[in-house]
Design a protein around this ligand. Structure first.
Ligand SMILES: C[S@@+](CC[C@H](N)C(=O)[O-])C[C@H]1O[C@@H](n2cnc3c(N)ncnc32)[C@H](O)[C@@H]1O
Length: 312
């Protein structure tokens, strides 16, 4: 099925990589915020940095748009009523053209069963039929709204994207060895993964338990451990180790901590499994894993996070 992913404009690289990690596709086309690729349906609701997923209808030049609109059999995908949305184009004109191609058209602007959308991107027009609006619910899970709060927990939208970058599937096991209050575990748990977390701080583990129970995540395990010494059979590791306050680092040198953690994880992870780790972009470290991608995520003027996607 040819799909159109309409990405959130915040970080196009991250948004695109998230789609590619979940579809396992190498062949795709990107026009600005639009990514087109041929793939099977999956749980689109798990995407964090995609706004909508649509079934691709056509790609056209702006000049040939009218001709292409007239050529499409709009009736084929029409259900009950419809609405046309056009971004950067004459919506009324496009809606009229489609109206004349439908048998008994009924317009519904509020809650249409059939929504055709046109996007003007890089001198082209891409048209699709809406399947799903994605990226919902992240604001309600903000760290400050959870029962176990700690300021070091990253925003759920970014945590979900990191989970997705690991390509983990529902029922597989995700492990976070610096789990803190459980931000990564919540996001993986909500898409149906088994989740395991460990941390050196008992206080953090208590908060993680409160949070996981709050979001009704059943399949989880938490334990106290040093991330440089654990051994957990898992399908992926997704984590954001400590980098700022000395207290969170338990007096260890941070680069030494990251390198020892990576060396240890390399010993117990399966070949081909992914490790996604987030650090400030200024930190240099050595790793036995193969770095397959790095993506920068701007937080504020003095902090850009770098997401490392590695594979054993
Ligand atoms: C940036 S926080 C993780 C935040 C987490 N993602 C969340 O949602 O709350 C880093 C965590 O690493 C823990 N930590 C520090 N050194 C550790 C070590 N050697 N082994 C395990 N955990 C450690 C800290 O206690 C802290 O909870």
């Amino acid at each position: 099925m040819k799909l159109l992913f309409y990405l959130s404009g915040e970080n196009l690289e991250l948004a695109k990589e998230e789609v590619l990690a979940l579809t396992h596709m190498k062949k795709y086309k990107q026009y600005g915020r639009v990514v087109l690729l041929n793939t099977k349906k999956f749980d689109f609701s798990r995407l964090a940095f995609t706004k909508k997923v649509l079934k691709l209808v056509f790609v056209s030049s702006e000049k040939e748009l009218e001709k292409n609109v007239k050529r499409v059999n709009w009736q084929r995908n029409y259900k009950k009523d419809y609405c046309v949305r056009a971004h950067g184009l004459d919506e009324k004109k496009l809606a009229d053209l489609i109206w004349y191609k439908l048998k008994e058209p009924k317009v519904n602007l509020k809650n249409p069963k059939t929504l055709f959308e046109f996007f003007k991107v890089e001198k082209r027009v891409v048209c699709g039929q809406l399947i799903e609006v994605t990226g919902k619910g992240f604001k309600q899970r903000r760290p400050d709204l959870r029962p176990g709060f700690h300021p070091s927990s990253m925003v759920p939208k970014l945590a979900r994207a990191c989970v997705n970058l690991s390509s983990i599937k529902p029922k597989q096991k995700m492990y976070d060895p610096f789990c803190g209050t459980g931000g990564m575990m919540i996001e993986a748990g909500l898409i149906g993964c088994k989740v395991v977390g460990s941390d050196l701080s008992e206080n953090m583990l208590k908060k993680a338990k409160l949070n996981l129970d709050h979001f009704n995540i059943k399949n989880y395990k938490l334990f106290k451990a040093d991330a440089t010494k654990t051994n957990v059979k898992c399908d992926a590791i997704v984590t954001d180790p400590p980098y700022g306050k000395a207290s969170a680092l338990f007096k260890t040198d941070r680069v030494e901590l990251y390198e020892n953690f990576l060396k240890n994880a390399y010993n117990f992870m399966k070949n081909g499994s992914k490790l996604v780790m987030v650090l400030p972009n200024t930190i240099k470290f050595k790793t036995p894993f193969k770095k397959i991608k790095t993506i920068d995520y701007y937080v504020h003027h003095s902090m850009t996070r770098r997401i490392y996607i590695m594979v054993k």
